[in-house]
Design a protein around this ligand. Sequence first.
Ligand code: FES
Length: 115
Amino acid sequence: MLGFIFAVAKLARLHEQFTSTKTFTIDRNSLNEGFNFFERFIVLVDSDKIKVFSSKCTHLGCRITKTEGQELVCPCHGSHYNKNGEPVQGPAPRQLETPAFKISRDKIIITFVVG
Ligand code: FES
C-alpha cells in the first residue's frame, strides 16, 4: 500500500513538472458580435454577454473552425454545439471546455493549462 502511495505522489510531481498555466489576451475591440475564432479558443459575443470555449471538439479533438447558423460545427465528423457549448448533433459526447477568463474594459485574458 505504501508503495502505491509513493507511486501516486511521484506521478503527481511529474504531472506538475510537465504542465503549466499560460494566458492568452484578446483585444475586446477586435471582437465581432457572434462567434470569434482564435487558435485554441472561441469567444462568443452575444449582446452584452461574453463566453469563452475551448475550440477542441470533445469527440476526437479536432479544432472547431466554423459555424452553421447559430451553431458551432466541427469539420471532422460534423458535431454541432449550441451557444452554451453543448453538443446538439453528431458524436460529441459532452460540452466544450470553458477556460477561466477575466474581462477588463479593453481586454479578455484567458488562462489555460498546457502540457
Ligand atoms: Fe469533432 Fe469528431 S472530432 S466530431
